[in-house]
Write a protein that binds this ligand. Structure first.
Ligand code: AMP
Ligand code: ZN
Ligand code: FE
Ligand code: FE
Length: 281
């Protein structure tokens, strides 16, 4: 079982990297990618607690934004975390997320919602990537709602009056950064329309030109029709299809390995990585 996209509490998942490894091992996963948002901060702990019989794929999910303001997530796998351009782009995104959170909180305060940046930090692990889910958790702790889903539906979705974007590279820039660091680039859930606007298929040619290796197709936020369309894109442009859970612990309903990557696709993807190899005991 190959699951190439999961989150720990080093971003907006709720399991520590160690707990994530243990749960993946119990679930029978043989290849697990750790892809926290805009950070490699969980890599060492995941590596330290790796279990026998499991390959660990170190990666990150890079937040991107198109010039038109559409949010895109780009999975980078098997890259060199010491690579300066990529590391500093992720650091810039993380830094910018702080000011962005303060502005979102300011808007909420103006509308009578009582929440502070300290409340939000209380929901985030030390050094982790700050995101809207932590604000949701803080609002839940204050009794404003019962679940992240509820808060996102009411207040935190991308078309909400409280929504503010943060600095992000464009998808093309992110792909170039990942490839420049020796990794492979896979666009995450490109047709997940519930989250807001999605990129049109026309933009894929520009991503392919930038070096994109694959498309995450098998994902719970994709309809069967959407997956069919993406499968034809993958065939037409000789890209690599992946599948994943996008597991966030208790932060989402997604269960580990609920969607998976085909072993032959994973072989092809690995062969494209110039820097990294999987971690194995
Ligand atoms: P941000 O990176 O701060 O813009 O927040 C986006 C994150 O919120 C993404 O990683 C999503 O996984 C998460 N998210 C989006 N919608 C929901 C939802 N309805 N419930 C829980 N998490 C969500
Ligand atoms: Zn997330
Ligand atoms: Fe994502
Ligand atoms: Fe994700």
């Amino acid at each position: 079982m190959i699951d190439l996209h999961t989150h720990s509490n080093v971003s907006d998942g709720t399991d520590t990297p160690r707990a994530l490894i243990n749960k993946a091992h119990s679930a029978g996963i043989t290849v697990l990618a750790l892809t926290d948002h805009d950070t490699t901060g969980g890599w060492d702990e995941a590596t330290q607690y790796l279990r026998p019989g499991m390959d660990l794929v170190l990666g990150a999910e890079i937040s991107c934004q198109t010039p038109e303001g559409v949010s895109v997530h780009m999975l980078g796998l098997l890259f060199d975390r010491e690579n300066e351009p990529l590391a500093s782009a992720m650091a810039q995104t993380r830094e910018n997320r702080i000011g962005r959170m303060e502005r979102i909180i300011g808007r909420m305060n103006e509308n009578g919602i009582e929440i502070t940046i300290e409340d939000v930090y209380a929901q985030l692990s030390e050094g982790g990537t700050l995101g809207r889910p932590h604000l949701a958790d803080a609002l839940i702790a204050k009794g404003y709602a019962k679940s992240r889903d509820e808060i996102f539906a009411d207040w935190l979705h991308n078309n909400s009056k409280y929504y503010i974007a943060h600095y992000s590279p464009t998808p093309e820039e992110a792909i170039a950064l990942i490839k420049g660091a020796g990794g492979v680039a896979v666009i995450a859930h490109p047709l997940a329309s519930l989250r807001g606007r999605t990129v049109s298929l026309d933009s894929f040619s520009s991503y392919i030109e930038a070096g994109m290796d694959g498309i995450e197709i098998s994902h719970r936020d994709h309809s069967p029709e959407g997956q069919e369309i993406l499968n034809s894109v993958v065939k037409e442009f000789d890209l690599i299809p992946t599948g994943s859970s996008d597991y966030h612990g208790d932060g989402k309903l997604n269960q580990l390995a609920e969607n998976q990557t085909d072993p032959s696709a994973w072989e092809r993807l690995q062969a494209k990585a110039a820097h990294g190899r999987v971690i194995r005991l």
